[in-house]
Design a protein around this ligand. Structure first.
Ligand code: NDP
Length: 450
């Protein structure tokens, strides 16, 4: 057998995925973004091509689609679709969140699961990659409806998860409330208090300190490291943040703690600009406690204005933290941000920046941290939660935050070092993809063709 050239191999893999998954645009986008950076790794490691590592990596080990019937408050039967994609377990049990949002389909779950393999590898926590969710929309539903939906979802999911098999967590639309209902049903069906089967639990019953904050804090820690390498910092800088959920809220909180000024937040109804700096307590009150629309923040804060519809990326600043959803920041936004003096982007969300926008940032010399590195703090802290569950122990808040900080520093350093090793110092996209790929590929190689 002759070894193909990296170009030929990458093109063949891309063509196979494109023909097999033609109707899955988000998944294709995520795969192509990785393939475009792997040439130098394959040139160094022809054995990965000989063992068909990439051919196997782009195909999930297992994908499940199931019916989720539930009854709404008026007694009407509703049916949603549930998903769990168990993508790759070479490094450990599948690990990745559940997303409840009307836009969820197989393409979205597969893109998220594929990204998760790389992200989890970067954390060095020995966890494989998976993702799941449903097209169920929790907004506007009563607590009782959300509970009945979660219970029905778990009736099927229970057959496929376990603390050594697959450990789901939260994502868009799945927070502590949903994880509580899911865990309660798992415990009831199995008659086992298997704490490590889900992460993102309440701190009083097996959850880890700082898990709620971890993704947002971690993205800011990553930005801090990236800026520090360039002799710069966060203090004194205006930051644009999108979203107002779990990731955005705690990114805003940490930016403020480090002396920066976050001036925006958004949801699917529009965005707010608060030149005085976001009042985090008010934001939490509106979004976490009242589950209200973001406009309510501006109603209560004289220094803020609400812009209905539109994109928060119309506003400019020196730092950008996209923390809402995929493909929210496009080429036009990127051009306007660069013209407005943007210095660094750290993705709190998964794939929020389109490929064209990433290119514009990189060509303009803007520091750019891809989500699979910058938002790895959430899953890393989930892995710490699993370790505490296994040891039946609980770390205090300071210990938990300092471990998160250490992990994000390590993720930054290994990503940067890989960007140097493979010839493009400071290209964090190439660095994250290649560092993670080498880790997963070596494990797959060692474990044979499975
Ligand atoms: P939340 O559900 O807590 O918040 C999501 C936020 O994004 C909300 O403000 C929501 O507004 C907004 N949003 C979602 N979809 C859209 C849309 N299509 N258009 C406009 N706004 C939208 O989710 P998280 O904060 O947990 O997740 C945000 C991102 O971070 C996702 O990409 C997720 O995959 C990623 N992530 C999350 C991690 C975690 O630990 N939670 C870990 C790593 C990554 P609205 O309420 O109006 O829908």
């Amino acid at each position: 057998m002759t070894t193909p050239t990296p170009e030929f191999h990458l093109r063949t893999v891309a063509e196979t995925v494109a023909s097999r998954s033609a109707a899955e645009p988000e998944f294709l986008q995520a795969v192509n973004e990785v393939l475009e950076t792997l040439h130098p790794v394959l040139a160094e490691h022809p054995e990965f091509m000989e063992a068909g590592v990439l051919d196997r990596l782009v195909e999930p080990e297992r994908q499940l689609i199931f019916r989720v019937p539930w009854t709404d408050d008026s007694g009407q039967v509703r049916v949603n679709r549930g998903y769990r994609v168990q993508f790759n377990s070479a490094l450990g049990p599948y690990k990745g969140g559940l997303r409840f949002h009307p836009s969820v389909n197989l393409s979205v779950v597969k893109f998220l699961g594929f990204e998760q393999i790389f992200k989890n590898a970067l954390t060095s926590q020995r966890i494989g990659g998976g993702k799941g969710g449903s097209d169920f929309d929790p907004s506007g539903k009563s607590d009782a409806e959300v509970m009945r939906f979660c219970q029905s979802f778990m009736m099927e999911l229970v057959h496929h998860i376990g603390e050594d098999t697959d450990i789901p967590a939260g994502d868009i639309g799945v927070g502590a409330r949903e994880i509580g209902y899911l865990f309660g049903q798992y415990r009831r069906i199995t008659q086992r208090y298997e704490s490590g089967v889900l992460t993102g639990k309440g701190v009083g019953w097996g959850g880890a300190e700082v898990r709620t904050e971890a993704t947002g804090y971690g993205a800011v820690f990553f930005a801090e490291e990236m800026l520090a390498r360039a002799g710069e910092g966060i203090a004194g800088r205006r930051a644009i943040v999108s979203g107002s959920g779990n990731v955005a809220t705690y990114a805003i909180e940490k930016i403020q703690q480090l002396g920066g000024t976050p001036i925006t937040a958004s949801d699917s109804s529009g965005y707010i600009v608060d030149e005085a700096g976001i009042d985090v307590d008010l934001l939490k009150q509106v979004k976490e406690v009242e589950r209200a629309r973001i406009s309510v923040y501006a109603d209560r804060r004289p220094s803020a204005r609400f812009v209905s519809g539109g994109s928060v990326w119309e506003v400019t600043g020196e730092l950008a933290f996209p923390c809402a959803t995929q493909n929210e920041l496009d080429a036009n936004h990127a051009r306007s941000l660069v013209a407005g003096g943007l210095r660094a982007v750290a993705e709190g969300a998964n794939m929020p920046t389109t490929p064209e926008a990433v290119e514009i940032f990189q060509q303009a010399g803007v520091l750019f941290a891809p989500g699979k590195a910058a938002n790895a703090g959430g899953v890393a802290t989930s892995a710490l939660e699993m370790r505490q569950n296994a040891a039946r122990s609980r770390w205090d808040r300071d210990t938990s935050e300092s471990r998160l900080h250490d992990i994000m520093r390590d993720v930054h350093n290994s990503t940067y070092e890989a960007s140097e090793r493979y010839g493009r110092p400071g290209d964090y996209v190439l660095g994250a993809n290649s560092a993670a790929f080498v880790t997963v590929a070596q494990a797959m190689l060692a474990q044979g063709v499975i």
